[in-house]
Ligand binder design. Structure first.
Ligand code: PMP
Length: 434
């Protein structure tokens, strides 16, 4: 981390005042929200942006000629430009989707459709990404189901083979295995930037280099990095990336598929209908170029406006400052959990070179994650319990469920300490480990 990042800071108290939900009490305690990896809370600026748009500027975009519709279209496209800038991209490389799951499925279905078409002798121009039987798709053992199941389905549709990069005991990826796995049969390498269970920042450049050498397409799941790290997707060199608005202080129902122009141009649309066409006859349709060709139907306009407000808010804090602060909180959380008897962290390592976001998943010896979560909830502390949509990773660590605490821009040291106190009491509450 740069020395700039170490020293960059923002006023956490001022930030807390921006989040109305932090005024809530839960079970008689002030809410301590440590579940931002599941969904983030929203600052006033995001709520206000959506509301202001709906109250004063709402109209269907890219359709009507009336003044309000033209203004709404400009606002909608400005939002795309804002989100593009946040990830170092150009607006035409940003496709609106309903979330990361939709974005990842869009890619998998588009490639699947091309592959099935190629198998039937369809348009060769659309087929640089077509899969053939025996081609390989590589994922990691740590993927969220959203970046695993679409590839399983794609493999099944195309008779491709799905392979995975294993995870070491310390949670890092087995890069030797990755180098062995990614080879001339590999057509797609799909992996998360940051695992939603381990919180570890994966070595994107390294994996992209392996994939490029093999001539494979790279798909990055940036759901857990976009809210926490300064992102420059073109500089990372990935072909495609997905993230969700609701995890980065923005609204529900909006996500992004980022794609390099060459890739977006070559992939066919999945959903078809209004808003994505030029000329339509009774038996034929011409499609608009990307991104519009992937945005069939009425667009998520107020959601895009809200997401633009969210990225402006994050950019205003400074993503280096956000990450530096999260690193501090993460260390306090991890070090504190390590000291509590009976706590086992998933993918723990003392190696300081392992980059992380503010997220720890752990199990409490002898206590089911759901029971532990219940005790924390009694203290007003919201954490996630379960498999966090990463069953294979939990199985790899010999677990079915864990407790996950995840921080956000408003999380304080005192909140971490309250969580640690509450976790310390969980085993004795259940009469375990006496
Ligand atoms: N990938 C990761 C790493 C995630 O954490 C999530 C959300 N838990 C997703 C994908 C799916 O995001 P969404 O549910 O917003 O589509």
């Amino acid at each position: 981390m740069s020395s700039l990042a170490e020293t960059a800071a923002y006023d956490v108290r001022a930030v807390r005042a921006d989040f109305p939900i932090l005024g809530e009490t839960v079970n008689g305690h002030p809410l301590i929200y440590l579940d931002s990896a599941a969904t983030s809370q929203k600052p006033f600026v995001v709520l206000d942006a959506e509301r202001m748009f709906l109250e004063h500027a709402n109209a269907a975009v890219h359709r009507g000629a009336h003044t309000l519709a033209a203004e709404a279209t400009d606002t909608f496209e400005d939002a795309r430009a804002d989100v593009a800038r946040f990830v170092g991209a150009a607006p035409e490389n940003i496709v609106w989707t309903s979330g990361a799951t939709a974005a990842l499925n869009l890619v998998a279905y588009s490639i699947g459709n091309v592959s099935v078409g190629a198998a039937h002798g369809a348009d060769a121009a659309a087929s640089p990404y077509a899969l053939h039987p025996g081609d390989e798709i590589v994922v990691t053992e740590a993927e969220h189901h959203a970046n695993l199941i679409p590839w399983q389905q794609l493999a099944a549709r195309t008779s491709a083979v799905l392979r995975h990069i294993p995870v070491h005991d310390d949670g890092t990826l087995d890069l030797d295995a990755a180098a062995d796995l990614i080879g001339e049969r590999t057509r797609i390498v799909a992996f998360s930037h940051v695992s939603n269970v381990l919180g570890i920042v994966n070595p994107v450049a390294h994996l992209v280099a392996l994939a490029k050498d093999a001539g494979a397409l790279t798909v990055l799941d940036a759901c857990q990095s976009a809210p926490h790290l300064a992102l420059d997707l073109p500089a990372l060199g990935v072909d495609l990336a997905a993230f969700s608005g609701h995890k980065m202080l923005g609204p529900y129902g909006i996500g992004v598929l980022y794609g390099r122009s060459e890739v977006l141009d070559a992939l066919p649309p999945v959903l078809t209908g209004g808003s994505m066409v030029t000329t339509v006859t009774l038996d034929h349709a011409e499609f608009l170029p990307a991104p519009q060709k992937f945005e069939a139907g009425t667009q998520p306009v107020s959601q895009a406006v809200g997401l633009a407000a969210a990225v402006q808010y994050l950019a205003g804090l400074g993503m280096d400052a956000v990450h530096a602060r999260e690193r501090l909180l993460e260390r306090r959380l991890r070090d504190g959990l390590r000291e509590i008897p009976g706590i086992r962290l998933l993918g723990d390592t003392a190696d300081p070179s392992v980059e992380r976001i503010g997220l720890c998943a752990f199990e409490v010896d002898g206590v089911h994650a759901h029971d532990a979560g219940q005790v924390l909830d009694d203290h007003g502390i919201a954490v996630r319990v379960g498999h966090h949509c990463a069953q294979p990773l939990h199985r790899r660590f010999g677990m079915t469920a864990s407790v996950r605490a995840s921080t956000s821009v408003f999380t304080t040291e005192a909140e971490i300490d309250t969580l640690l106190d509450a976790v310390s009491g969980v085993r004795s509450f259940f009469g375990v480990g006496r």
